[in-house]
Design a protein around this ligand. Structure first.
Ligand SMILES: [Zn+2]
Length: 625
């Protein structure tokens, strides 16, 4: 592909964007700087540039590239006895000192990061044994580094509780497995890992700086919290729990520690309007339930907490400030939910609701309610989707032409490429970036080699990125601009799924993952039936391919199967993790079979491999059927 010569690098903000920012500076309460004081309160110490490397010397995390922001600080005290490590990952680690040891709440994304966080804590508080680990919810940035907190020796003892909300294992990996390849590519647009850091590039992602690299491993919880009001005494400290399923994560919980008057609302009361549907894609989150959990938390612990911390951002102190924040966050989700539904019931579509809805002044002026991560303008679309789905009921949107075909017709109807570009250039000067992007995108899909179109679309995205309050909007727009100017970044091939993740998956989930790789057209006319018996998990399955669909029956065995395999589930994991191959495992006696094993080989030739990268802001170069 040829590159756009004229504008390969980032440009300055336009006059209209500068004016927009100046207006924001006047409109918002910039004299309220209590968040800065709270973010640095109790500061103990940090690592130089918060730099963490893996055993191979690869940089797992570093704040060095963010030096342009200055004043980065990492790990402060919440209250004496409670500490947080912040800024070593997108998420926080909270350390609560018990009678003899320390209780670790959430273990960051990577093992390397968690290890560095523990060392930093020991350096300031002395070496203490880990009395328990708590996972507040199922997202990787809250459990991925567990092996950096509990090493082999600690695990061998088997008596350190790992506490998590009910259904933790069911949801910890499943969210990103089936749709993983699409989600990971989309996540690049959300977090901006391929953007240069800087005032014209990636600055943040709204929840923290960025995603951490490094090794991830899941540890199975040993103690599940089942209901609101459940209590545990951990290392001499009482913990009161509140369940918050289907809020920010499908399994999530909050807790209060009376001894320290410490409230932890996990990721449901952060210093931003969180996402009801992140750009990477996810199950839509339930804004109504979210709001109710915050209301319930207020009812349970209002007026009781001296400090409140979450697993992102910084704590807040004092009854009044804590209760106000919870109340405003409760109402933020409730307002968004109720007003979206109200406008929807008046007949407005998602796009129109986004254009119409405005937060009330009392919420709009609260720093923690601002749309730095989620944003009212896309969260309302998530609420619409939760209730009504993708279709706005206008039949014109029922079966529209896809982008390339539509693009060609639009270009023709609009009088050709030159006519579009001339009009778009004039509107660009007027600051009408949203429509310029919409119109010129048709031209790029009609003719991706039109360099002037690519350049103008990139310039429009860039200005939209500069104007955006949400870091995820900024990353999306700026990365779109970068790909139009420079093409997609070269990413190394996708690594196989790690053993630890595989071990967390039920066998049914593995069959589901295999099913979505089946190339339907290639499977036309094929009929394959395979029996499976797993000796270690004591499971049997019949896997059937017919009608171009792969299905399974658990606990069954087909008399007329093409082949029957007997093996340990662990051996299948080794094959999927590419630590061995199926034929090797057969030769070494780890897999036994009867019947015709070539039918399995035949089935595997029908499986697609997903490329790590695919085009988003321009037509796909590879034809997929
Ligand atoms: Zn998180």
């Amino acid at each position: 592909m040829t590159q756009t010569g004229a504008s390969e690098t980032a440009k300055d903000a336009s006059a209209s964007v500068v004016a927009q920012h100046a207006a924001t500076l006047k409109a918002l309460p910039f004299s309220d700087t209590r968040d800065f004081e709270e973010a640095s309160r109790g500061f103990l110490g940090t690592l130089e540039n918060a730099r963490i490397t893996s055993a191979q010397g690869r940089v797992v995390w570093s704040l060095e590239p963010y030096g342009f922001l200055s004043e980065e600080k990492a790990p402060p005290t919440v209250v004496p006895g409670v500490y947080q490590v912040r800024g070593l990952d997108i998420a926080n680690m909270t350390l609560i000192e018990g009678e003899r040891g320390v209780i670790v709440v959430d273990t960051l994304t990577s093992i390397e990061g968690a290890r560095a966080a523990m060392e930093l804590y020991f350096q300031h508080r002395g070496k203490r044994t880990v009395a328990a680990v708590i996972f507040t919810h199922t997202h990787t940035d809250h459990w991925g580094g567990a092996r950096g907190v509990l090493d082999d020796a600690a695990l061998a003892g088997g008596n350190i509780p790992i506490i998590a909300p009910n259904l933790f294992m069911e949801h910890a990996v499943s969210e990103n497995i089936i749709a993983g390849p699409a989600m990971l590519r989309r996540a690049q647009y959300q977090f901006g890992p391929f953007l240069a850091k800087g005032s014209r590039g990636q600055v943040d992602c709204g929840l923290g700086k960025s995603m951490a690299a490094g090794s991830v491993a899941l540890l199975r919880p040993s103690d599940l919290i089942m209901t609101t009001g459940d209590k545990r005494t951990i290392d001499g400290l009482e913990f009161e729990f509140q369940m918050a399923p289907n809020s920010e994560a499908p399994a999530e919980m909050h807790f209060f520690v009376p001894r320290y008057k410490l409230l932890n609302l996990a990721e449901n009361c952060t210093h931003n309007f969180h996402n009801l549907l992140p750009f990477r894609g996810a199950d839509v989150r339930d804004a109504l339930a979210w709001s109710k959990y915050l209301g319930e938390a207020l009812q349970m612990w209002g007026g009781k907490a001296d400090a409140m911390c979450g697993q992102h951002h910084w704590p807040v102190w004092g009854h009044e400030r804590i209760d106000t924040m919870i109340r405003q966050q409760r109402d933020l989700y409730k307002f968004a939910h109720d007003q979206t539904i109200r406008l929807m019931n008046h007949g407005l579509t998602a796009t129109e609701i986004a254009e119409t809805i405005k937060l009330p002044a009392s919420l709009d002026g609260a720093w923690h309610a601002r749309g730095y991560y989620g944003h009212i303008r896309h969260n309302v679309k998530a609420i619409y989707q939760k209730y009504l789905g993708w279709y706005d009921a206008n039949p014109v949107h029922l079966d529209p032409l896809p982008p390339v075909e539509a693009g060609k017709k639009y270009v023709e109807y609009m009088g050709g490429a030159e006519a579009i570009l001339a009009r778009a250039a004039r509107d660009f000067e007027k600051g009408e970036f949203r429509f310029v992007a919409q119109a010129v995108s048709h031209l790029v899909f009609a003719d991706p080699d039109n360099q002037a179109a690519r350049a103008l679309l990139a310039d429009s995205f860039e200005q939209l990125g500069y104007a955006a309050e949400s870091a995820t909007w900024r990353n999306a727009y700026l990365f779109g601009a970068q790909e139009l100017r420079q093409g997609m970044p070269k990413a190394p091939p996708r690594p196989p799924m790690p053993r630890e993740t595989l071990a967390a998956l039920r066998t049914e989930q593995l069959w589901d993952v295999l099913g979505v790789r089946l190339n339907g057209p290639k499977a036309e006319g094929k009929h394959i039936v395979l029996n499976w018996r797993f000796t270690d998990t004591n499971e049997t399955f019949v896997l059937t391919l017919e009608n171009c669909a792969l299905t399974f029956i658990a606990g069954a065995r087909a008399a007329a199967a093409d082949a029957s395999f007997t093996l340990a589930r662990g051996v299948l994991d080794e094959v999927i993790a590419k630590q061995t191959t199926f034929p090797e495992a057969v030769t070494s006696g780890k897999i036994n079979f009867t019947g015709d094993p070539t039918r399995l080989g035949e089935l595997m030739t029908l499986m697609d491999e997903f490329a790590r990268m695919f085009e988003i802001v321009e037509p796909r170069r590879v034809v997929v059927t």
